[in-house]
Write a protein that binds this ligand. Structure first.
Ligand code: HPA
Ligand code: ZN
Length: 326
């Protein structure tokens, strides 16, 4: 219908996207073949059928297994280029993408291999599609802080090609405060700061990410609605939340999209944005997330324009680029 047309053609900005989470089963099998890696599923269909998750951890187990096919800079290039081409089709004009270097360094893949592939694709996407992009180096919170610091030191030669530090992986029992030293190093590199907080973990982790890691933007953050003081704070300072609707339903954060609090948060004036997180695993890229939200909440055109304006404001794009996106 008309609203679906409107959403399909709307210029978009994506701020919460794990590039490893865009690895579609077909590409996983193609790269496995190219690199001589054995997968534990017979074909892409069987793999896709296994994408039935009970919670964040059951997803992460498959997500980290999937990374085993990524070996060369060409693999990282192809992975990123497939997502960028998808973005072009969906009118996503600016994206800030996360990557998990520790998931690759631990398998013997060098930081240079990852960075050459990703930055090469970003430069080509800029030329080919006119899209702007940034890289967020995300630390794995289930590993010791020192492991993350080691990854940061390996990224030092690339510091000017990276926009921000992030924090992801298993949230419960891994509070943000444990990563202060790592985030201080990112500060010395001149990076912005984001962290996953309040996806499965409590609202207190959102406070901790703000107070101890000085994050400028919170990934997920939906559990803020358990804490009215926190909601007021997020509204007052317009701290952006990168909400991922299909992800939250697939990982059981909400049983159903209609139970999601994103409309409430938006109507209360918080800086909510919509994102796809790990689209190959959760059944949809940006447009699919927006259409699912529209079916659940029947938002108005002005609410959609607000969500888009929020994403532009929440981005780390230079002011001139933000103006061009508006
Ligand atoms: N949450 C935590 N870690 C992740 C996610 C997520 O949604 N996606 C990839 N790593
Ligand atoms: Zn995420």
């Amino acid at each position: 219908d008309e609203m679906e047309q409107f959403l399909a053609q709307l210029p978009k900005v994506e701020l919460h996207l794990h590039i490893e989470g865009t690895l579609e089963p077909e590409m996983m099998f193609a790269l496995a073949e190219r690199n001589g890696v054995k997968l534990s599923y017979p074909d892409p269909e069987a793999l896709r059928r296994a994408y039935q998750f009970d919670n964040l951890q059951s997803f992460l187990d498959l997500y980290y297994q999937g990374t085993s096919v990524l070996k060369t800079s060409q693999d990282f290039y192809d992975l990123a280029m497939a997502y960028f081409s998808r973005c072009d089709q969906e009118h996503v004009l600016h994206y800030e993408i996360m990557f998990d270097p520790q998931a690759h360094l631990s398998r013997g893949v060098a930081m240079n291999t990852i960075m050459e592939g990703l930055t090469g694709a970003m430069e080509d996407a800029q030329r080919k599609y006119g899209a702007s992009s940034g890289l967020i180096l995300s630390l794995l919170r289930h590993l010791p802080e020192q492991d993350g610091i080691d990854a940061l030191l390996q990224a030092k030669p690339w510091q000017h090609k990276i926009l921000a530090i992030g924090l992801d992986s298993s949230e419960k029992g891994n509070p943000p405060g444990r990563f202060r030293k790592a985030f201080d190093i990112a500060d010395d590199y001149g990076w912005h700061r984001v962290a996953h907080a309040g996806e499965e973990g409590p609202a207190s982790y959102i406070w901790e990410a703000i107070r101890e890691l000085h994050v400028r933007r919170v990934d997920h953050g939906v559990r803020c609605s358990d804490d009215t003081k926190l909601m007021s704070y997020l509204k007052q300072y317009q701290v952006p939340l990168t909400v991922c609707p299909l992800s939250n339903v697939r990982l059981g954060v909400y049983s159903d999209l209609r139970q999601h609090n994103l409309k409430m948060l938006l109507e209360k004036g918080l800086c909510v944005t919509i994102n796809s997180d790990d689209p190959a695993y959760f059944g949809g890229y940006m447009t699919a997330n927006m259409l699912a939200v529209q079916r659940a909440f029947n938002l108005t055109e002005s609410q959609w324009l607000q969500l888009t304006a929020n994403a532009i404001n929440a981005s780390f794009a230079p002011v001139e680029r933000k103006q061009a996106l508006k």
